[in-house]
Ligand binder design. Structure first.
Ligand code: TYD
Length: 213
């Protein structure tokens, strides 16, 4: 079992089952004797959780694009500096529910200017703190939204956006995976929980094999 640091991120649109997978991965790694840090974005530190409230609650048009990008990156900087980097330095496994691909997919389709800002923030804030593996959970948008809407929480700012937004989002994640096929693996999230988990483990095992061999 992997004892050296490992940084895994889970990505996907709304209601793709990231939370379920993340819990199964945690159990798997812990039962194999690893130290695991489960975290999420936006969030993961006290400050970033406070910023999360500003981002995920309220009306869909609460922020304009540029403010939103800056808020996500302010939260991410705190998260990387205070949680992710120290944990990786300690040889732990870090699993984050969303990371920088979410900004690319959710905010990055807006235009040339926004994309330039995102690239610049990515280079300066994420830098070399790149995930070893990104699992992208992919599902039909209508199924995902139905699952997300059945959750009884008040974090529906992004879920409330129009269906076209979610279709575009799905494509954005698939395009990210196409551009970075070594880091990003797409998993069909319409499969059973067990099948999704087994596929994730297969990707993790092959990453370990690649590293070791
Ligand atoms: P999350 O709680 O993971 O939502 P869900 O469980 O519905 O997948 O994330 C909160 C919301 O923030 C989600 O709608 C996606 C959005 N988001 C962005 O728009 N940009 C980002 O960089 C991140 C990390 C999240």
């Amino acid at each position: 079992m992997q004892k050296s640091p490992l940084f895994i991120t889970l990505e996907g649109g709304e209601g793709t089952g990231k939370s379920t997978l993340i819990r199964s991965l945690n159990d798997y790694f812990v039962s194999n004797g690893n130290q695991v840090i489960l975290t999420r974005e936006p969030g993961g530190t006290e400050g970033a959780e406070a910023i999360r409230d500003l981002l995920v609650k309220g009306s869909a048009n609460r922020w304009n694009a540029m403010s939103e990008i800056c808020l996500f990156y302010a939260a991410r900087e705190d998260h990387i500096t205070r949680v992710i980097k120290p944990a990786l330095s300690d040889g732990k496994i870090v699993i984050s529910d969303r990371f920088f691909d979410s900004t690319r997919a959710y905010q990055g389709e807006l235009g040339f200017h926004e994309n330039n800002v995102i690239n610049c923030l990515e280079a300066n804030i994420v830098g070399q703190c790149l995930p070893n593996l990104t699992l992208i959970l992919d599902i039909d948008v209508n199924i995902g939204l139905a699952r997300a809407n059945s959750r009884n929480d008040d974090e529906g700012r992004f879920e409330a956006k129009k269906i076209e937004f979610h279709e575009k989002l799905r494509q954005n994640f698939l395009n990210i995976a196409k551009k970075e096929p070594l880091r990003c693996k797409v998993i069909d999230a319409s499969q059973s929980k067990d099948d999704v988990f087994n596929e994730a483990i297969k990707h993790i095992a092959s990453l370990r094999g690649d590293k070791n061999g």
